[in-house]
Design a protein around this ligand. Structure first.
Ligand code: AMP
Length: 175
């Protein structure tokens, strides 16, 4: 019988050389197409959160939104989107971060987090960690406390956990 992790891995599609040569893109659309896979993935993400108090789920555009929203509904707590620049309509906080080549920016509504809010950060993939780290900084600059950063999968060879330093990390799958 397959373990949960093996079963989950079977729903992820490796796409070589996307978006550029040398990158193996971990495609979750094949997971999203499968209700059993989605259920399994959601269970796996929720299991380590049992007995943890979480006030809000903060998820990162765009592939973080799928399971971020499902978790928020399952936990019956608010969902907060972190988005690319210029997408959110009200006052925002902005955080820039370095990519392998160049830089990127994320935004969050500046009234989305209250001081003391206990926050779950979610994205689909933890790679180098810069994206999740930027989301953590946005939350902390509004006084939120990171309870956990969770991901469908993490790519261990890119050592993203180093960037996320003090924050507890959980990934349903590791490569
Ligand atoms: P990073 O900031 O390096 O941790 O990159 C994380 C972000 O890039 C996430 O939002 C992922 O969706 C995306 N990402 C990075 N590497 C991959 C990959 N190999 N396959 C799919 N998405 C990736």
């Amino acid at each position: 019988m397959k373990t949960h992790t093996e079963a989950l891995k079977s729903f992820i599609t490796d796409v070589p050389d996307f978006p550029k040569k040398g990158i193996i893109f971990k495609d979750i659309t094949s997971l999203l197409e499968n209700p059993e896979g989605v259920r399994l993935c959601l269970e796996s993400l929720l299991e380590p959160l049992k007995n943890k108090k979480i006030d809000k789920v903060v998820a990162i555009e765009a592939r973080g939104f799928f399971f971020g929203m499902l978790m928020a509904q399952a936990l019956n707590i608010p969902f907060v989107p972190v988005r690319k620049p210029g997408k959110l309509p009200r006052n925002v906080l902005t955080q820039s971060f370095d990519l392998e080549y160049g830089s990127d920016t994320l935004e969050m509504h500046d009234d989305a987090i209250r001081p003391g809010d206990k926050i779950l950060i979610h994205d689909d993939v933890l790679a180098t960690g810069g994206t999740a780290q930027a989301a953590c900084k946005l939350v902390e600059s509004l006084g939120g406390q990171i309870v956990q950063c969770n991901f469908i999968m993490k790519l261990d060879f890119l050592e993203g956990d180093k960037k996320l330093g003090p924050y507890p990390i959980y990934a349903a799958i590791s490569y």
